[in-house]
Design a protein around this ligand. Structure first.
Ligand code: ADP
Length: 369
């Protein structure tokens, strides 16, 4: 019976860590009376764990589904410091504390999404790409590094703060995406007036203290422009590739190119250019509100600058549902229905997903024959 209960509990996933409770060693004592009343102790990682109620109800349901159990009493307790240390060591997978898991040996495909100026839809596209990639079953992380203009939590409807297990930070999960943002660490709408070293430290923490587990894709929403953060991230994420978001306006292309060029300076390849707000389609006609050709031009110039072909990954039209989804924390790519912008974003997500695991720099096993 104990085994059957454990088997049932192995289907209950910790909502923050996204790992079955049984693998997290969260199950304590189990007893069962002859009348079939089960008493199960679940050891939470910390007191006041925000996911406690959900874990409790899902565990109760799981235990009560076991044949022979008439009802289940779930007792929530908290791990001892020693148990918590053991769990943290397990989560780090033998890696030392303060280890950046996205160094040159990472298998995660990392994309830095930047733009020359604000308001071009960089965050909207990043959030929707992340949701779309996660919906395909990929393990996706999203860092909102737009320190001064963070908007990702709002776009994905995240109100939770990350849970801390001592120095380990568990990122909230929305639409299947693990998300971390500076907005989660400041109160209300306090302006962030940080300078270089503090920003550097915050970004480092986002990489090394957050429990990302094994990700297929990490998207990073950069602040607009060519500042400190892009350089810091470039150094900390040596395998990252840059994506530049721009509008069709030719006059905006130069500033967009400069943002792509920063990545080149820190050694990142440019993955491609996304043109947003390309046109508005109404009644079968396309209106080019912001002109045309900006995306092509940025791609052309970045190709010349980098010496490799930089593609235009897609052109995303103006879309009221896209804007509304972002405003209400319910991203368009998490909804069903037809929309030209959603289709364009989906296509770009396909290109990103097509890259496969990052095997660049890996040594192939030598054949002995
Ligand atoms: P950035 O991150 O570049 O500063 P945002 O993603 O915050 O820009 O977008 C700025 C505004 O434009 C937001 O209100 C967003 O909803 C809206 N927006 C972005 N892309 C589109 C689009 N293709 N159609 C309609 N509105 C858009």
């Amino acid at each position: 019976m104990q085994e059957a209960i454990l088997e049932a509990l192995s289907k209950v996933i910790d909502p923050e860590l996204r790992i079955p409770l049984t693998e997290l060693d969260m199950i304590g004592a189990i007893s069962i009376t002859p009348a079939g009343i089960a008493d199960v102790e679940i050891k939470l990682t910390i007191t006041g764990c925000p996911a406690a109620r959900r874990i409790e109800s899902e565990s109760k349901q799981a235990v009560e589904s076991v044949a022979g159990v008439s009802s289940a009493n779930i007792r929530l307790t908290v791990m001892t410091p020693a148990e918590r240390d053991a769990l943290k060591a397990k989560l780090r997978g033998g890696k030392p504390l303060k280890h950046n898991p996205f160094d040159k040996d990472t298998l995660t495909n990392i994309f830095l999404i930047g733009s020359g100026k604000g308001g071009v839809g960089k965050s909207t596209i990043t959030a929707n790409l992340a949701v779309c990639l996660a919906a395909q079953g990929l393990r996706v992380g999203l860092i909102d590094a737009d320190i001064y203009g963070f908007s990702i939590p709002g776009q994905l409807g995240i109100k939770d703060k990350p849970t801390r297990v001592d120095e380990l930070i568990l990122p909230p999960v929305a639409f299947g995406v693990k998300v971390i943002s500076i907005g989660m660490f400041i109160e209300g709408n306090t302006p962030v007036a940080w300078r270089g070293p503090m920003l550097h430290r915050a970004i480092e923490q986002f990489l090394s203290d957050v429990f990302w587990a094994d990700l297929d894709i990490l998207l990073v929403d950069l602040p607009p422009g060519t500042g400190d953060i892009a350089i810091t991230l470039g150094q900390l994420l040596p395998t990252a590739k840059t994506i530049v978001v721009t509008t069709p306006q030719i006059s905006a292309s130069e500033v967009a190119e400069r943002s792509g060029a920063v990545g080149l300076q820190t050694g990142q390849a440019i993955f491609g250019v996304i043109e947003n707000m390309s046109y508005l389609e109404t009644g079968g006609t396309r209106i080019e509100l912001f002109g045309s050709g900006g995306g092509e031009l940025v791609a052309k110039h970045l190709s010349e600058l980098s010496g490799t072909a930089v593609p235009l990954l897609g052109q995303i039209p103006m879309s009221i549902p896209l804007r509304e989804g972002s405003d209400t924390g319910n991203p368009l790519l998490g909804q069903v229905g037809n929309d030209l912008a959603a289709e364009a974003i989906e296509q770009i997500a396909q290109t990103i997903a097509g890259v496969g695991r990052n095997l660049a720099g890996r040594r192939l096993p030598l054949s002995t024959s």
